[in-house]
Design a protein around this ligand. Sequence first.
Ligand SMILES: C[S@@+](CC[C@H](N)C(=O)[O-])C[C@H]1O[C@@H](n2cnc3c(N)ncnc32)[C@H](O)[C@@H]1O
Ligand code: SF4
Length: 298
Amino acid sequence: MRLSGLHLLLTYQCNFECDHCFAWGSPWQSGTMTLRDVRRILGQAKDLGTVEWVYFEGGEPFLYYATLLKGVQEAAQMDFQVGVVTNSYWATDEDDALACLEPFSGLVQDLSISSDLYHYSQRLSQQAEHASIAADRLGIPIGVISIAQAEATDAEAAVGQLPIGESDVMYRGRAVEKLVPGAQRKSWEEFKECPHEDFREPGRLHVDPFGNLHICQGICVGNLFDTPLGDICETYDPESHPIIGPLLEGGPVELVQRYELPHEATYADACHLCYDAREALRPRFPEALTPDQMYGVM
Ligand SMILES: C[S@@+](CC[C@H](N)C(=O)[O-])C[C@H]1O[C@@H](n2cnc3c(N)ncnc32)[C@H](O)[C@@H]1O
Ligand code: SF4
């Protein structure tokens, strides 16, 4: 596995509880990186020698402003390209947004702001507008990530990193509980591949406050607080992973068949079938399907 991006989930906590959130972000969540954790992770990313981009996201990274800022400063000093993904709740007005973003000027190469009808009552929120104006004034490159409403049929499915612009909602995490009841469904047998992740060469991974390395939210390939990132990448064997192996062979359908899991007749999308199967498999594969936070256990 050759990693070019490492995304730090700085915290599972969030000031919002969006219905679609695949990370179950919430004020009631626990798990936040310390500066020591951030430094340890950045050091391992540097040692790997292939990581170009480091992202700070979550949860909502701006909730831990001092840790975020110091982490960004140190990542930039280490010559990483730096990105931050935020709901921009802090951009109450233009001057406030400017004050908040000023220390990041010259350090951040991609500020991704999420704005859509899950986060706010308008697709482009006032906060996103204020943040965009402030970022433009500071010369911070900015883009808006927008997730389509469940009933929209023309949004693109995201492959790998979420793109700037509009993409489809994925029925994982809280989306399963909150959005599946209103979703259109297809026969379970249609979901014979994962449309979103390249499991052989993912390019980027997410690391959470417990050191878990996620290839998709809640599917882990190791823990970098136990094993160095370099060793995890070197020994990564997707075919022999208990969850990724079946997913590569035949998608979520194979996961269900391989482990003889009960299933419903229809599902909203591949992620929905996969997430349900994984919930059932957690007691069997606790290290691969972790932590509780990604499965809504608070
Ligand atoms: C989990 S949030 C964390 C950062 C920050 N709190 C935010 O909302 O931008 C990162 C991105 O994931 C997107 N996201 C969350 N759940 C999703 C889902 N089920 N399908 C597609 N995108 C999702 C959010 O809309 C957001 O753009
Ligand atoms: S999508 Fe972002 S803003 Fe919404 S609950 Fe999840 S982490 Fe929080």
